[in-house]
Ligand binder design. Structure first.
Ligand SMILES: Nc1ncnc2c1ncn2[C@@H]1O[C@H](COP(=O)(O)OP(=O)(O)O)[C@@H](O)[C@H]1O
Ligand SMILES: [Mg+2]
Length: 562
């Protein structure tokens, strides 16, 4: 799970950069601390003719003696200090932003790694919009907290403390006025903001729901238009957009109000403080120069106070987002089995054996009940059964997409848990009943990013009865197939997904109603070409049409197995 603590742990991994960046930041702050003191004190020393530290120090190095030169020297020193501090500041921003971006990257990577291993049953329930809202919006909220606090919190606190020391030194009574009033305003702000942060969480939740609806509607837009339901879905999305508007408005308004109110309290405290200052000069307790210097510091102190207030704001927001990110990390993982043995190695194909195999998606309804089945090495088996009898379920279990509730699966007499799901999926090809396509090129949809040369691809396309189709396209393999392959027919998609699996040359292949959308002639030609291609492999064909199972060595009725 992610927490503020784990984030700081992640930050502390960059110890070297962190230390040097903080040293640079501290140095930069220290350089600016004396700046407001220099010019105001000249009022006492030069204009009021009282003399003092600054003119004495200059006299030690230079013999000028003229007030104009004192002013010029002090001005040059002031400008140089500011410039130097700016340069150091730029360096510190660079160092810190590197750390904070590394930290947010590591959070994103952790979420993605987790999602990669989430069990299929959790995936079935997951909205892609909801996940992307979290991975984008919430990580961004955390990023804002990390990037500002990591870089600034130490510096701002230090600035606050150093200025406190300087003004206490200049005049402790007047300093106390400002040092008591400012924290009062801060604590007031803390209190209201805790409540406002809850609205931030609702706002991010509203963004998530909006994104989820929008993504799903866009994905299924064809279906929506066919059913003439655009208005309904648009209204639903609009409702969610309004929710974001309202939550965003509430959050924006209330947090700004909290901030402005606290700022006003601070302004009030300044007015009280300045009035006290003038009174003290009047009573002879303070010089004018010192009073102006303290006034200048009082202005400068507002920045760290304001910054600290915004950290609180970001902290609470980040905490809400962390809670939402943890919802991803709470998703159950697919069980991972250590690969102890590779029963496919050195073999052309494999035998399959199911022993008392039972399965349920939800732990209540049994889909497969104590199935026993042996498929010999190189055997071609057809599985038939009514729709809903669990044929696709069985196929998915065979490659470990869902963990079995009870019983055992063996490949070449080795249990699937000894082999590991990854090895199984590497060797057992599965042509899905409803293949999905990426809105990319035919080549990408065939290779999914793996490297194959064109001759290999075209050879497979011939087997899958797609050669003529692809060859006839102007852009051939580089043709874009459209969203979920809308530019392809159902049969073309099926043949493409067969080719996709054949390209991988797996040792065992499961076809799940993979030719159901083909006309009889094409199906016959495909099965014939396939026959030679899969000669040595163990094949399971799930089908309900006669042609596709005629060539099988054995026909198994799933409903008779249990
Ligand atoms: N991902 C899933 N989550 C929950 N139940 C499912 C899921 N997939 C299928 N089912 C249910 O399991 C049963 C078997 O489905 P399936 O294996 O697809 O049947 P077939 O392929 O034989 O038509 C059906 O009752 C179906 O409702
Ligand atoms: Mg099915």
């Amino acid at each position: 799970m992610i927490s503020i603590k784990t984030i700081f742990h992640e930050i502390s991994k960059h110890k070297k950069v962190l230390i040097s960046a903080n040293l640079v930041a501290i140095l930069s702050t220290m350089l600016t601390i004396p700046v407001p003191l220099l010019i105001p004190l000249l009022i006492d020393e030069i204009i009021l003719g009282k003399g003092g530290e600054i003119t004495k120090t200059i006299d030690n190095y230079l013999t000028i003696g003229s007030p104009e030169y004192y002013i010029l020297v002090v001005l040059i020193v002031t400008l140089c200090l500011k410039a130097l501090s700016l340069l150091l500041n730029l360096l510190h921003i660079r160092l810190f932003s590197k750390i904070s971006k590394e930290v947010t990257y590591s959070i994103r990577k952790r979420l993605l790694n987790h999602l990669q291993c989430v069990s299929m049953s959790e995936y079935d329930m997951l909205g892609s919009g909801a996940v992307s809202a979290k991975v984008i919006t919430d990580v961004d909220t955390v990023d804002k907290f990390v990037s500002s606090t990591v870089g600034e919190v130490i510096v701002e606190t230090l600035t606050l403390l150093s200025i406190a020391v300087v003004i206490l030194y200049l005049n402790w009574q007047l300093a106390l006025v400002i040092l008591i009033l400012n924290p009062l305003a801060l604590s007031f702000y803390l209190r209201i903001f805790r409540a406002v942060a809850k609205i931030k969480k609702q706002e991010n939740k509203a963004i998530e729901e909006f994104q989820n609806s929008l993504t799903e509607s866009l994905e299924l837009y064809n279906q929506i238009r066919v059913q003439n339901r655009e208005q309904y879905f648009l209204n639903d999305i609009d409702k969610k957009a309004k929710e974001i508007r309202d939550r965003g408005y509430q959050f924006g308004f209330k947090s700004e109000m909290a901030l402005e109110f606290s700022r006003m309290l601070i302004m009030y405290s300044h007015d009280i403080f300045r009035a006290t200052g003038i009174l003290m000069v009047l009573l002879g307790l303070l010089t004018i120069g010192k009073m102006l210097a303290i006034f200048a510091y009082a202005w400068i102190i507002m920045r760290p106070v304001d910054k600290l207030m915004s950290y609180v704001h970001l902290y609470y927001n980040a905490q809400s987002s962390i809670e939402r990110l943890n919802e991803i990390l709470e998703l159950k993982l697919e069980p991972k089995y250590e690969a102890k043995i590779d029963p496919f190695q050195g073999k052309k194909t494999a035998s399959i054996r199911l022993e008392n195999l039972s399965f349920s998606y939800d732990g209540k309804v049994t889909v497969l009940d104590k199935i026993n089945l042996t498929i010999e090495v190189g055997e071609k088996v057809a599985i038939i059964g009514e729709t809903g009898s669990g044929k696709s379920t069985l196929a998915q279990i065979l490659i470990g997409l869902y963990p079995i509730s009870d019983g055992k699966i063996f490949y070449n007499e080795h249990e699937i848990r000894e082999i590991g799901y990854e090895k199984v999926r590497e060797n057992v090809g599965f042509v899905l009943q409803s293949p999905l396509m990426f809105n990319s090129t035919l080549r990408f949809n065939l290779t999914l990013g793996r490297e194959y040369d064109d001759t290999q691809i075209y050879e497979i396309l011939k087997v899958a009865q797609l050669y003529e189709f692809v060859d006839g396209l102007e852009q051939k393999l580089e043709t874009i197939v459209g969203k979920n392959g809308t530019k392809l027919s159902g049969g073309q998609k099926q043949r493409l997904s067969i080719a996709r699996v054949l390209l991988d040359n797996p040792k065992v292949i499961i076809f799940d109603e993979s030719t159901s959308s083909l006309d009889n002639d094409t199906e016959d030609r495909l099965l014939e070409a396939l026959e030679c291609y899969v000669k040595d492999k163990t094949i399971i064909t799930i089908a309900h049409r006669r042609n596709s199972i005629e060539k099988a060595d054995r026909i198994i009725d799933l409903s008779q197995l249990s």
